[in-house]
Ligand binder design. Structure first.
Ligand code: NAD
Length: 465
């Protein structure tokens, strides 16, 4: 069976055909630089020693640090992290974030293990990474991914800090940390929020190839995976007028063309570990069947290889919004394109997480929050404008409105606005390139745009003789 790295290679080569750059340079740009494979012993809750397998891949060092999430899953292997690290390199290039790509994986099922065991594994992992120079604010900076969250990032930051007490920038060794531990507001929902912006941008793009109208009002959405990315994407889409008609989770799927109560289902999932016995709509014991139900926008936000040759013919959506990494295999991608279904590629669509991680890293390095320097100045400017308006018109703005208009942006305002702007500009670049170079789809455009940018950096830095 083709691996995630094979998928990446196929997509990369399909896009590289349209480039006139030196093929050997492109070969270098495609190749994954390092994969560090670790095995380390950890005591389980029964007092027995288990040997844990883990990986960290650094795909490209044309920009430093390298950056990418750490996933906890029993399906993790070297090929998977290599492929995901490669995606990170090109994802960062698309959203103009100056990092090389990396990815990590630990072979455990966090949902079946105690928090104490997961903590022991996480802290032991950091010791291994630190020993081999695979973590550090200037070297390699992990973040949350499938099966990990702010909790694991807090353990990572704390362990790194203990091991490196003289590194004044220790908190920049990992992003996606809790707010209380020098995280940034907006990081938790950043990937899902970015997915929302990406979908809005594509709906508004008359050149994208779908026949859906701009805006979300009344659009029917199916989401696979109500985890970090899927939950926040679904919430944002539904808050802006979309109807969530289908939800697929690991144990079952639910579908109701009249709309599902997404918040209630998310609560049920957390309380009961699944959604199979939630009393709503049609229930699919085979969760994957949910993806085949009729909708306008299908959002796979769980795992890779969910849309394959086995089900691509039966997908009934206008747009597939790849919130997860690599949810569509290249063979399925071809079928969907022939069927006129528009795909918004993972490379662009889920880049909101790394964008806000970049803001968090900058904040940790500068040791000051974004609003601390800005808010006072913005308040003053707003006051001056209001005073001038009052002097010209002779009428005062009511006190309550004045207080609201005077207030400068908070840190969350800055993060959300910068994310929306980044997703908008990046979409425009890809869509423009697709039209200018007459490319078959948005994925090819996203790959071509980013591989040429990374290749350019290699040349500028003299990394390619
Ligand atoms: P998560 O662990 O928070 O959530 C994953 C969800 O998928 C869980 O609710 C899980 O129960 C569900 N799930 C598992 N198997 C399933 C199945 N067979 N069918 C349906 N649902 C299933 O993970 P996440 O962070 O939301 O990541 C999801 C995807 O998004 C991954 O591909 C990840 O690489 C990608 N991604 C995540 C981020 C991020 O910031 N977290 C950033 C970029 C990309």
């Amino acid at each position: 069976m083709a691996t995630l790295y094979d998928d990446f290679t196929e997509y990369f080569e399909a896009a590289a055909q349209y480039s006139e750059l030196n093929p050997r340079l492109l070969e270098q740009v495609k190749t994954c630089n390092n994969v560090y494979q670790m095995s380390f012993p950890v005591e389980n809750d029964d007092g027995e020693i288990e040997v844990i397998e883990a990986y960290r891949a650094q795909h490209s060092h044309h920009r430093l640090p390298t950056k990418g999430g750490i996933r906890y899953s029993t399906m993790v292997d070297a090929d998977e992290v290599r492929g995901l690290a490669a995606l990170m390199t090109f994802k960062c290039a698309i959203v103009d974030v100056p990092f090389g790509g990396a990815k990590g994986g630990v072979c455990i099922d966090p949902y079946q293990r105690s928090p104490e065991f997961v903590e022991r594994v996480t802290r032991r992992l950091v010791i291994e990474l630190n020993r081999h120079q695979f973590i550090g604010p200037a070297i390699d900076v992990p973040a949350p991914d499938y099966g990990t969250s702010a909790r694991e990032m807090a353990w990572i930051a704390d362990t790194y800090r203990t091991l490196n007490p003289h590194d004044i920038n220790h908190f920049a060794c990992v992003t996606g940390k809790p707010l209380s531990l020098h995280g940034i507001p907006g990081r938790r929902e950043a990937t899902g929020l970015g997915v929302f912006h990406g979908i809005i941008n594509c709906l508004a793009d008359a050149r994208a190839g779908h026949d859906l109208s701009p805006g979300l009002d009344g659009k029917r959405v199916i989401v696979q995976g109500l985890g970090n990315v899927g939950y926040h994407a679904a919430r944002e889409l539904s808050d802006h007028g979309a109807r969530i008609v289908g939800i697929a989770e690991h144990d079952a799927g639910l579908y109701d063309p009249n709309g599902l109560d997404m918040e209630a289902i998310a609560r049920h999932r957390w309380e009961h570990g699944g959604i199979g016995n939630f009393p709503a709509g049609q229930v699919f014991a085979n969760s994957l069947e949910t993806l085949e139900q009729s909708c306008d926008i299908l959002v796979p936000a769980a795992l890779e290889h969910q849309i394959t040759v086995d089900n691509a013919d039966r997908i009934r959506a206008g747009i597939i919004a790849e919130a997860a990494n690599a949810p569509t295999t290249p063979d399925a991608d071809r079928i969907l394109r022939e069927r006129g279904i528009t795909l918004i590629p993972d490379l662009y669509l889920n880049a909101g997480g790394v964008t806000v991680s970049y803001f968090e890293w900058i904040k940790n390095l500068s040791h000051v929050s974004f609003d601390r320097m800005l808010t006072g100045t913005a308040d003053m400017q707003n006051r001056r404008i209001l005073d001038t308006m009052q002097a010209i018109t002779g009428s005062a703005v009511p006190l309550q409105e004045r207080a609201m208009l005077e207030r400068g942006p908070t840190e969350i305002d800055i993060v959300h606005n910068s994310l929306a702007k980044t997703m908008g500009e990046s979409y425009q670049r890809i869509s423009d390139l697709r039209s200018e170079r007459d490319l078959p789809d948005l994925r090819t455009a996203a790959y071509l745009y980013s591989l040429e940018l990374v290749a350019q950096s290699y040349l500028e830095l003299g990394l390619f003789p």
